[in-house]
Design a protein around this ligand. Structure first.
Ligand code: GDP
Length: 330
């Protein structure tokens, strides 16, 4: 089961080719050829990526199902990645590829994967990032659902084009998010379960209040706050329109391109810090490698190889951070 040899083959090969490419992310990890393949996909995004984040029980899966139905009714092909921090315990994705999504396995226009977050503290793994990049290059829509609570909620921001934070009426969540500084991140805020009536309206007012308190005066425009109900369908079309409007204006203004460039740099920095610690990261010329390699995955591979060579050459322990005497790697 070879992975598709090129981006064209990936696009032509349907769900089977995408599944093979996703397996290759694990089996060929660290190989230059895979890095080039992933960089080609990263450089040719087709879908805009919508992230859904929020605490367990807020209604993300139900909303994802509603969004899938809405996209499919327009004939758009949808990829879903559910990031599951709890799955580290089992070493694999606890939810399996079924997740809690009621999708039709026969539908060639839906592809669902659940991925483990990196550790209990969250963070997207290299594999989850690669999966997002591959789906983004193939499908018309990509949804990244962050299943758990914790840091991964915030980390999803480094891999999506539009981040929607879901808030449950009557939960006091907005106060928690404000305390955690999470209110700075979303591009759109969705108060779920609008069929709960007064509670949802109250939550919406609380969120609007929290936004004015939490955002510094020079922050970008505050996100829109919408009430939605995935069960009654109320507000779903409006939420889709708001997400599309945000993505459209980000695309037109160039903000989307800048965001993706920042994200690619973040992936490289984050992967190196994860593997070699902050001191190891400090030895790497990330911008030089990005310029030379032409893409984030090749840059990661290049810096990873350089660090390993350096470690194997006798500098087997990390250098003393107080006396860094080695030149940066590129
Ligand atoms: P997740 O953990 O954030 O993915 O939340 P789920 O989608 O699994 O939903 C958690 C619970 O909330 C389930 O019992 C859902 O049936 C319920 N739920 C989800 N959306 C709605 C909604 O729009 N209205 C109401 N009343 N309940 C909802």
């Amino acid at each position: 089961m070879r992975r598709p040899a090129s981006l064209e083959a990936l696009r032509a090969g349907g769900k089977a080719a995408l599944a093979r490419a996703l397996s290759a992310v694990e089996t060929e990890a660290g190989e230059d050829d895979l890095a080039r393949f992933l960089d080609a996909a990263a450089a040719a995004p087709r879908a805009e990526v919508l992230g859904l984040t929020g605490p367990p029980g807020v209604g993300k899966s139900t909303l994802t199902n509603a969004l899938i139905r809405a996209y499919r009714s327009r004939g758009e092909r949808v990829g879903v990645i559910a990031v599951d921090p709890s799955s580290q315990v089992t070493g694999g994705a606890l939810l399996g590829d079924r997740t809690r999504l009621a999708t039709d396995p026969e539908d060639a226009g839906i592809f669902v994967r659940s991925m483990a977050a990196r550790d209990r503290l969250g963070g997207l793994s290299d594999h989850a990032i690669a999966a997002i990049v591959l789906m983004r290059a193939v499908m018309d829509r990509v949804i990244v659902e962050s299943v758990g609570i914790g840091q991964s909620e915030a980390d999803v921001v480094h891999a999506v084009d539009t981040l929607a934070l879901c808030i449950q009426p009557g939960s006091g969540d907005s106060l928690q998010f404000m305390k955690a500084g999470v209110m700075e991140l979303p591009d759109l805020i969705l108060v779920t379960k609008a069929d709960m009536g007064g509670l949802a309206r109250r939550a919406r007012a609380d969120v609007a209040g929290a936004l004015t308190l939490a955002r510094p005066a020079d922050a970008r425009a505050a996100p829109q706050v919408l009430c939605i109900s995935a069960t009654s369908g109320e507000g779903i079309d409006e939420a889709l329109a708001a997400a599309d409007a945000f993505a459209g204006s980000a695309r037109d203004s160039g903000a989307l391109r800048e965001r993706r460039v920042r994200q690619e740099r973040h992936w490289v920095v984050d992967a190196l810090r994860q593997r070699f610690g902050s001191v190891g990261l400090g030895l790497c010329d990330v911008d030089g490698a990005l310029a030379k390699a032409g893409g984030p995955f090749a840059a990661m591979a290049m810096l990873d190889a350089a660090m390993r060579t350096r470690l194997a050459a006798g500098q087997s322990s990390m250098p003393d951070p107080l006396t860094p005497d080695q030149p940066p790697l590129a």
